[in-house]
Ligand binder design. Sequence first.
Ligand code: NAP
Ligand code: HSE
Length: 429
Amino acid sequence: MPAAPLRIGLAGLGTVGIGIVQIVQRHADLIATRAGRPVIITAVSARDRKKNRDADLSAYAWEADPVTLAQRPDVDVFVEVMGGHDGPAKAATEAALVAGKDVVTANKALLAHHGQALAEAAETLGRVIRFEAAVAGGIPVIKALTEGLAANRIKRVMGVMNGTCNYILTRMQSAGLPYDTVFEEARQLGYLEADPTLDVGGIDAGHKLSLLAAIAFGTKVSFDAVELEGIGNVSIDDIRLAQDMGYRIKLLGVAQMTGRGLEQRMTPCLVPADSPLGQLQGGTNMVVLEGDAVGQIVLRGPGAGMGPTASAVMGDVIDLARGLRLPTFGIPANQLATPIAARSATPAPYYLRMTLLDKPGALAKIATCLGEAGISIDQMRQYGHVGIHATVLIVTHKAAPDDIAHATAGFAATGVLVDAPVAIRIEEV
Ligand code: NAP
Ligand code: HSE
């Protein structure tokens, strides 16, 4: 007797939802062979039934309410690709679990805010939640961490996880354009989320980092503890000067377990221009995983878009069709530790840019502030003069973030600064 199909209830028929419909329809035979059983869509939901979606949805039942969809008896797996960390996405996911359905979601915001509660509910109810598409789109990074690297103690997780920010930063660099101009370009190209601060404020990437950290370190998702700084203050001057010193600026996420607790930060950083992260162009994502046995793994690929994101969702669905059932964050939810949030204290070299009054002793005063904070200078350049002002660039040897903050606060009292100094961490990658 042929194996029973796995039946999807699909909530959301936007970019990702239609990508899923296309894969299910185009690769029905391939998927059935690989999964050992057919995978079909039985019912769908979106807000506007009349919208033209360039897809044949005629074989699927329509539900106006995603909660009702999630509870249908002809649905085995509820696929949530609506978005939003509360509202219908949360209500329908909870309803699906209670109704005995497994859940596959691309929704990083939902899991960053409610991941622990949902994972506990799923396990209590004997259900599974999968979310490969939520982090780095088409890159199978969740699978790499939970399965391929399961034998490793993870030392550090790092990466560029928001394609829009990487597009903006690389376009600023390659075209020499200021942030505001490129932000507007990104908006015209449809790259920005409906609320752009999710992208440029680092929030979307922070959501993703917090999910990776939970798996990597066996801790409860703690998005609120991520140190977040977006790219809105990255100037074209810093992009140019960093390039001149052999670096690129990236919105870089780093999570690592230290003796003080779990450090999670998503901030603009300099990385060497010739490193894999430095070479990353446009909307591409890159995740670097470091395990004690394996060393360093670099995963690179499309972090968004219809095909890549639907590919990741369907990978999860096919796992469920095959009978692969893992805890949401790799270990049972009730064994996830409550992390102690540690502010970033790991020393690193820093890039410091400042505009000084071009007069005798000005630079000496800055050097004194650094010396008094125990910070040693590695490289220094002065860039011309504008009237009586000069731009000075300093790259320090490794320094603790607090010492850098102390030194730069001290600059203000020297009376030689023209405007606020810029300090950007240089990440060793
Ligand atoms: P989208 O294009 O805006 O589509 C959202 C879909 O959800 C639309 O079909 C919308 O219906 C439907 N929807 C919204 N609210 C609903 C409600 N209350 N009831 C029923 N349906 C509702 O979004 P998307 O880009 O596909 O993203 C979906 C999810 O995937 C999000 O969580 C996003 O963060 C995640 N994700 C997206 C990408 C990507 O590249 N796009 C990558 C990774 C992860 P209407 O069409 O009728 O308005
Ligand atoms: N806004 C996100 C990005 C979409 O630019 O990477 C994929 O999560």
